[in-house]
Ligand binder design. Structure first.
Ligand code: UD1
Length: 364
């Protein structure tokens, strides 16, 4: 059996790496890795290949940045060409970025079955570009791997047939568990002069938060108050850096900006943080897995299990709430949580078994 896997942007790498290894270990398929190039900076891409032991991609499409239509269309064209010559038995895509939906669509139109890693998540907010990508990818995928059972429910409600849905657990947590010892050895907090549990960690990159000057200024104002109490480390996404400059918003002194960080360094910082403030999806999950209190600077989440079971609290963009809840966590009164079902480090093995069974059933 021949499988092509697609990665494009930063949050894809840690979802595909464990699956590649599990399929290699099971030995039932030949695998090829395609990088669309949606993310291309060394700090947004190359460092993850090194940290996660991903092999060099077999193909690099060099898509780069652009509007949604430009990026999606470029991946669609390049993937169609690639798939027409490769003709794999299965295309694997992950997550909800533009590369995900575009690659899935190219394959589906060529009659090549698609597997979607991290299927079924819904924020129910169609203003979020990722929500469109999720809904469309799930409709055209044949194998849907869900990280939590809310995903199964969402898919069934949208008319996806039960036999296409596989609740396998969270593959990001496979990567986290595998690399946590190395991340701890890398000692990122100590290298930045930070005491264990003596700092907060911040990430911010959602267009709804950073592309609107008023919203961004309000959030930065709230963060200034938090940063007056505790150092706030802020590895800054290129989109956010651009917007701060464009809107002439100064960052407060307690905010410690760094370049985007690699997987191990960043994981070490999450693990050592007293508090995480974020609008990222993946980080809501990583904090739950590490039992670190997380305040999500959004009105909704496609990962409700991190709120229901884990350490995540949605605080939205109200500056008062952000500051009050941060203080509560820093006083040691943050949310404690448990581990969601099947976030056990073995999601990739379950996906590999499901793919092998699916391939067997097709032969019959
Ligand atoms: C994308 C995903 C988002 C994901 C995020 C993680 C979509 C619709 N969005 O958002 O779901 O959470 O990645 O980072 O697919 N840039 C660089 N260097 C890079 C990549 C991007 O400087 O290597 C800059 C470019 O100026 C670009 C901007 O960042 O215009 C945004 O990049 P893009 O891939 O369009 O979206 P993200 O905001 O990264």
């Amino acid at each position: 059996m021949r499988i092509v896997q697609v990665v494009g942007a930063r949050p894809n790498f840690m979802k595909i790496a464990p699956l590649r290894r599990a399929i290699d270990a099971a030995g039932f398929a030949e695998q090829k890795l395609v990088h669309t190039g949606q993310h291309y900076d060394a700090a947004m891409s190359d460092v993850f290949f090194a940290d996660l032991d991903l092999p060099r991609p077999d193909a690099f499409l060099g898509i780069g940045s652009g509007s949604h239509a430009e990026q999606t269309a470029a991946v669609l064209l390049a993937m169609e060409k690639l798939l027409m010559s490769e003709r794999p038995d299965l295309l694997v895509v992950a997550g909800d970025v533009n590369s995900t939906v575009a690659a899935a669509l190219a394959a589906a139109k060529l009659g090549i079955p698609v597997a979607h890693v991290e299927a079924g998540l819904r924020s129910f907010d169609r203003a979020m570009p990722e929500e469109i990508n999720r809904v469309l990818t799930d409709q055209i995928a044949e194998l849907l791997f869900t990280p939590s059972q809310d995903g199964d429910r969402n898919l069934l409600r949208e008319g996806v047939s039960r036999d296409r849905v596989h609740f396998v657990g969270n593959v990001m947590i496979d990567s986290l568990r595998e690399h946590l010892p190395a991340a701890r050895r890398a000692a990122a907090p100590a290298k930045l002069g930070l005491a264990p549990k003596g700092y907060a960690l911040l990430t911010l990159h959602r267009p709804s938060n950073v592309d609107d000057p008023k919203a961004l200024a309000r959030v930065v104002g709230a963060l200034a108050e938090v940063a007056a109490e505790v150092p706030v480390v802020f590895p800054i996404h290129p989109r956010t850096r651009k917007r701060l400059a464009e809107f002439s918003i100064a960052t407060p002194p307690g905010l410690r900006l760094t370049e985007p960080l690699g997987y191990l360094e960043f994981l070490g910082l999450v693990d050592g943080a007293a508090l995480v403030l974020t609008d990222s999806g993946g980080l809501q999950e990583e904090t739950t897995a590490l039992a670190v209190p997380c305040l999500t600077l959004r009105e909704n989440t496609e990962r409700p299990v991190t709120v229901e079971v884990g350490t995540n609290l949605l605080v939205g963009l109200d500056p008062r709430r952000i500051v009050d809840e941060s203080r509560r966590v820093l006083r040691g009164q943050g949310k404690r949580g448990g581990l969601p079902e099947l976030w056990d480090g073995h999601a990739a093995e379950r996906m590999a078994s499901a793919i092998a069974e699916w391939a067997q059933a097709r032969k019959r």
